[in-house]
Ligand binder design. Structure first.
Ligand code: ZN
Ligand code: FE
Length: 255
């Protein structure tokens, strides 16, 4: 049975997620920007948090972990590479490891770039991947620690997942990302219509996440750095994919 997904807005523009296994009652919380909205979401549904999955060390993803863990007794899981700068872990994992939420099996994927040690959690049977600040809706995280080549490799790993996979990312940045994406590919008709849908959703106060990988592949410029039409639009026909990615990322930093 697929995990039931709940998207929880936190702080000003963060997202946390619940992934609930109805068969066993196990419930994973992915990232904890703050505890209160997550405790409310659990209480409303009568669910108990059994696991806390941490994607990376930034405070807007971990500040509520201690409070939530104390309130629920949930098992805290994060990257062993980052154990020294994460809240105390009950279980440390490495890329390639498997975790279990009730009956669901999750795979740990290295998505270093935004930070080194950033991991994503992929649940193939539920077609969910929790990407936080690596692959985001119409964007990707800023490169605070990793190199462009490292982030391009991380994004390529995510791009290879089944296209129907839901990308559960960490922030509501999509409207600004759409404005930037249109500067790279002003003629991309899928991007134009997605930008309209994003503006619409935001006007109604609705989240623009999760998104499908297939939509990201069609519209997210950071996933499209390998395409001849994107290289041509940048006048970089002969450049390597990672170099084109680096150019798009640096334009976004200045946007
Ligand atoms: Zn971050
Ligand atoms: Fe963040």
């Amino acid at each position: 049975m697929a995990l039931e997904l709940v998207t929880i807005p936190c702080l000003s523009d963060n997202y946390a997620y619940l992934a609930h296994d109805a068969a066993t009652g196990a419930t994973a919380v992915v990232d904890v920007p703050e505890a209160a909205p997550i405790l409310n979401a659990l209480r409303e549904r009568g669910w108990r948090a059994s696991h806390i999955l941490i994607t990376h060390h930034h405070s807007d993803h971990i500040d509520g972990v201690a409070t939530l863990a104390a309130a629920t007794g949930a098992r805290v899981i994060g990257a062993s590479a980052d154990a020294h700068r994460l809240p105390p872990l009950d279980e440390s994992v490495d890329p390639g490891d498997t975790i279990r939420i009730g009956m669901s099996r999750g795979e740990v994927i290295d998505v270093s770039g935004h930070t080194v040690g950033h991991i994503a959690f992929h649940f193939p049977d539920s077609k969910l991947v929790f990407t936080a600040d690596s692959l985001m809706a119409l964007g990707c995280g800023r490169l605070f620690e990793g190199s462009p080549a490292q982030m391009w490799e991380s994004l390529s790993r995510l791009a290879a997942l089944p296209p129907e996979t839901l990308i559960c990312s960490g922030h509501e940045y999509t409207a600004a990302n759409a404005r930037f994406a249109l500067t790279i590919e002003p003629g991309n008709t899928n991007l134009i219509s997605r930008s309209r849908a994003v503006a619409d959703a935001r006007e109604k106060g609705q989240p623009t996440v999760p998104s499908t990988l297939s939509d990201e592949l069609a519209t997210n410029p950071f996933l499209r750095a390998n395409l001849p039409e994107v290289k041509a639009a940048l006048g970089m026909e002969a450049a390597d994919d990672a170099v084109v990615f680096a150019e798009i990322r640096s334009r976004k930093d200045r946007f």
